[in-house]
Ligand binder design. Structure first.
Ligand code: ADP
Ligand code: MG
Length: 319
């Protein structure tokens, strides 16, 4: 269980401001990375943490695992205050930063995992049981016996994830684990996340991948410039949005321009796209049928990515 109340994080950054007699001069600047952020993540759920670069996702994860102490506010993970870094707390969390490697470069993956086993004080039996279970999700194959330096990016991510899961954490914090990965590695990660959710693990996944969020998340948190814009389910997010339905009409004959202000026309002039409210779908379809000769019509949900882009745009203009 993760409970965050009014979390505020401020960094001090040193900025060079000119020189004097050839010696650089500096001043300190405050960076407000998080401002009064509050949310909860429950056991057995996946929370997708979404936001642009610099929104404050990694800072939150660092506060949750105790690397950083909050400037103000409270953070509670599994009943512990993370910044105290107590032994039982550290045994109960697993953290993975997507672009960092915690494996030993020259050793086969299996040896690295064995070192981590010793660090966490796991006996050989437990270790082999967990490894067998992870193998059914990861399908390790040869990679367990390959030196880490010879693994592909995707295989290394799986190795790092295995290292994060060996001690069976109850809270899993993943910071952009799939950045730059192929489809197969992403599918493995999804299998692992679903399996750990079933075991009542609390999972927080910072990601840029909205498809991943859509597939996995019970809850989404949308962060922008250190402020939480939305916290709730994807269905709730869609309900809040005016344009949560997309209508696409393919025309019998292409047109060069449209008589509808809020519709988009594809470059070849054949497809009209309208984003609209669920209650206005029938009216809009009737309008389309009256004005154009339609070959086929598709009605679906607006992709999360489009809604999120609109949400962030609306927030910027309201600022
Ligand atoms: N060690 C640091 N010192 C100063 N500023 C930092 C530091 N780490 C992050 N920041 C700043 O805090 C803000 C949030 O960063 P971060 O949490 O890494 O965002 P995200 O993970 O969403 O991309 C950014 O403006 C970033 O430049
Ligand atoms: Mg980050």
């Amino acid at each position: 269980m993760i409970d965050v109340q009014s979390l505020t994080m401020t960094y001090r950054r040193r900025i060079q401001c000119g020189q004097r007699w050839g010696i650089p001069r500096y001043r300190w600047e405050m960076v407000h990375a998080l401002h009064e952020v509050s949310f909860q993540c429950l056991p057995g759920t996946v929370t997708a943490y979404l936001g642009h670069n610099g929104a404050g996702k990694s800072t939150t994860i660092k506060a949750l695992c105790g690397i950083l102490r909050p400037t103000s506010g409270q953070v509670c993970v599994n009943g512990f205050v993370p910044s105290r870094r107590e032994h039982d707390f550290l045994q109960s969390i697993g953290v993975m930063f997507g672009q960092r490697n915690q494996l030993m470069w020259e050793l086969p993956l299996m040896d690295s995992l064995d070192v981590i086993r010793v660090q966490y004080g796991l006996n050989k039996g437990e270790f082999l049981d967990t490894l067998a279970e992870l193998d059914s999700l990861f399908r390790f194959g040869e990679i367990l016996h390959t030196p880490v330096r010879n693994l592909s990016l995707g295989q290394r991510m799986l190795g790092n994830l295995a290292a994060t899961l060996l001690h069976r954490p109850r809270v899993l914090l993943l910071d952009e684990p799939t950045i730059g990965l192929d489809v197969e590695s992403k599918a493995s990660l999804r299998r692992v996340i679903s399996a750990f959710r079933q075991k009542s693990c609390t999972i927080l996944l910072a990601t840029h991948d909205l498809q991943e969020a859509e597939m996995l998340a019970d809850q989404i948190l949308i962060l922008d410039h250190g402020r939480l814009l939305f916290g709730g389910s994807i269905a709730e997010f869609r309900r809040l949005h005016r344009n949560s339905v997309v209508i696409q009409a393919r025309l019998e004959t292409p047109v060069s321009e449209l008589d509808m202000a809020d519709a988009e026309l594809s470059q070849d002039g054949r497809i009209i796209t309208i984003h609209t409210d669920p209650e206005r779908v029938a009216t809009r379809v009737a309008e389309l049928l009256r004005m154009y000769r339609i070959r086929d019509l598709k009605i679906g949900e607006t992709p999360l990515e489009t809604l999120l882009r609109e949400e962030l745009k609306a927030f910027v203009s309201a600022d």
